[in-house]
Design a protein around this ligand. Structure first.
Ligand code: G1P
Length: 291
């Protein structure tokens, strides 16, 4: 049973500056809701009820967004704005168990995940990065949980991967391994952001992981590199110590909302899923002779 998800959202969002000086990138709106809500929806649709957010200074708005705002509720009720009240309540009632953990120093993704150790309480758990969205028929995390439960090995971990182009390789953790099923690879090695020349493959780690809690032991052993503890280094140590780690080629389309171009594409993707907005966009493109 995977009951808990860790959502590291402590990053400074430098690729989205200057707005991220004051607004967490995870709260930027994609069509009708903040990026983080898509991620939370995926987690909840995967059957997980405890969400552990790793935040830092200035990112408290993410917690407030999902927390109950009694003043706003009574204001909307008094004014008879029941549609809006329903929307607000829907967001606020979404997360059954919400845990907030502070990463007091920005020491990388590995360090952020380690901050969740006490809240995770020694059970397998998911890690979901707040700026990677995956859209598909079945939630990406649900697909991973199904594979996790179906594997006969013990204390295994699973990482979602996708093929990326050569020029994008150096933006990701890259895996090397051996195919054991159509969409499943047993990982032999992981490398964080290699150059295309050094990369063992073009299979990139995206922001979805299921970990055996033993990962915490290895997160405490890895060295700091350029001021950060890399999650990928702890995964590599886990493999070297005999733990099985699988890469899963998920079904769906992934979007990186953490940079301006990726954010724009994500927005267009979700906007054009709504027939009315799609129509508006097509008309706008025609009328303004954009193409
Ligand atoms: C992190 C991980 C990297 C992974 C990526 C997915 O990098 O360190 O292994 O491929 O997320 O989005 P970041 O994007 O935080 O630099």
């Amino acid at each position: 049973m995977i009951r808990k998800a860790v959502i590291p959202v402590a990053g400074l969002g430098t690729r989205m500056l200057p707005v991220t000086k004051v607004v967490p990138k995870e709260l930027l709106n994609i069509v009708d809701r903040p990026t983080i809500e898509y991620v939370v929806d995926e987690i909840i649709a995967s059957g997980i009820t405890t969400l552990i957010f790793i935040i830092s200074q200035g990112k408290g708005g993410i917690i407030d967004y999902f927390d109950t705002n009694l003043n706003l509720r009574s204001f909307l009720k008094e004014r008879g704005k029941f549609d809006l009240l329903k929307k607000v309540e829907e967001v606020e009632d979404k997360i059954e168990h919400l845990i907030e953990v502070r990463q007091k120093v920005p020491e990388g993704l590995g360090h952020a995940v380690l901050m969740a150790e006490r809240a995770v309480e020694n059970e397998p758990f998911a890690v979901v990065l707040g700026d990677d969205l995956v859209d598909g028929d079945s939630p990406c995390l649900k697909q991973m949980i199904d594979i996790y439960n179906h594997l006969s090995t013990k204390n295994h971990s699973i990482i979602a991967v996708e093929e990326v182009s050569r020029e994008d390789i150096s933006r990701y953790g890259i895996v090397e391994g051996e195919k054991i099923e159509n969409n499943l690879i047993k990982i032999k090695r992981v490398v964080e952001k290699p150059s295309p020349e050094e990369a063992p493959s073009n299979l990139a780690i995206i922001g979805r992981y299921i970990f055996d809690p033993v990962i915490f032991k290895f997160l405490k052993k890895i060295p700091k590199v350029h001021g950060e503890y890399q999650l990928t280094d702890a995964i590599q140590l886990m493999i070297e110590n005999g733990y099985e780690v699988y890469a899963y080629l998920f079904k769906g389309i992934r979007f990186d909302t953490g940079n301006k171009e990726g954010f724009f594409k994500t927005f267009l993707h979700y906007a054009t899923k709504n027939p009315k907005l799609k129509e508006i966009l097509i008309r706008f493109v025609k009328e303004n002779k954009i193409c």
